[in-house]
Design a protein around this ligand. Sequence first.
Ligand SMILES: Nc1ncnc2c1ncn2[C@@H]1O[C@H](COP(=O)(O)OP(=O)(O)OP(=O)(O)O)[C@@H](O)[C@H]1O
Ligand SMILES: [Mg+2]
Length: 402
Amino acid sequence: MGVEVKVEGLTKSFGRQVIWEDVTLTLPKGEISVLLGPSGTGKSVFLKHLIGLLRPDRGHVYIEGHDVPNVSERHLYEVRKMFGVLFQDGALFGSMSIYDNVAFPLREHTKKGETEIRGIVMEKLELTGLLGAEEKLPGEISGGMRKRAGLARALVLNPEILLFDEPDSGLDPVRTAYLNQLIVDLNQQIQATMLIVTHDVNTARTVPDNIGLLYRRHLAMFGPREMLLSSQEPVVRQFLNARRQGPIGMAEEKDAAELEAEKEEGEEIPPLPPIPPQILPTDGRMRPTQRPPGEWLREHDITPPAGSFDGVGYAPRSGGRPAQRERVSAEGDGVRALRTTPARRPAPSATAEAAPRKRAATTGKKATASQAATDAPAKKTVRRAAGTRSTSTGGTGRRRSS
Ligand SMILES: Nc1ncnc2c1ncn2[C@@H]1O[C@H](COP(=O)(O)OP(=O)(O)OP(=O)(O)O)[C@@H](O)[C@H]1O
Ligand SMILES: [Mg+2]
């Protein structure tokens, strides 16, 4: 279960408002990814492009050989059946009971009889802890229950891809923790490819296999969790550590004077906090796509911040580079946008500075898409702040649209 979602050069404007340009990333099959970004950066718009509810100006979304923006209506209908979506506001029908809301996609998209539908609906309601609430209307249950009802509905068609738009907004921390555990358990059970849009830094730090950050009309970074949690990229650090210091201001972009003042006042960005352990499924067994703690860091010879993976028996390899020596952009306010794309492991001689050192011994484990993505620091696409064009150092022959 679960399919790869490959986004290439996606660009979208509404009139003269550019939402984002040239977004390229791959959601690896069966993995959990999180998409972060300041409010209004177009995260919900991005999700709507994946399911073909909105069309891009340029670019592609490849799913199982279909290019979503360019498929026929008939194929789009088929592609959409692969998705389960939990919309930002739950998007339940207010005049329908929870039961009917959850049954809706089955009645709409399948020829199943009511007995079979009942079995599926009750199973999903049980899974999301909603048994007993099936006759209630959405207005009669709490916000957290509505979220879970939206999730139950997203699950009834056995989706290959699950999109969550801020599943945790409006939930208290305990409910958020339950929901995160439910997402992790679900991934273990159905192995769907999952993308979660969230503002919750704790969710972003502990749930996913991969993290992406939309910022200033570009995808600033996308890659394995440990890559972003050890990144010194100012905007990534600021966002993932929920700091005031850094390039993001109240109105998304701080002006140069404000950044200068911060520097003069010595408001340096504090050191990276420890990387927390990734949430395990309730049964304590790793999900099929989950990687052991510290594996990415070891492969790339980076020592994580002190105290990382507390309590999970992680031992850093001696002699690794400290995370502080990750390359940092020297450009003034320049946001160095860095994209990762699945790429072959580079030849040992290529881009010596950025190329990860190979592990002395391999585990014999089959390379996954996410592992391939982890090789991408050697194939960085470096882009200066808005306006200038990308220069690719990787030579992967990736297409560029412009
Ligand atoms: N259908 C539309 N027509 C015109 N503009 C739109 C449309 N949908 C979204 N926008 C604009 O696109 C921008 C991005 O919106 P989006 O809802 O994707 O932001 P977001 O990152 O999800 O924000 P938040 O974190 O607050 O949910 C906003 O400026 C919004 O007004
Ligand atoms: Mg949104």
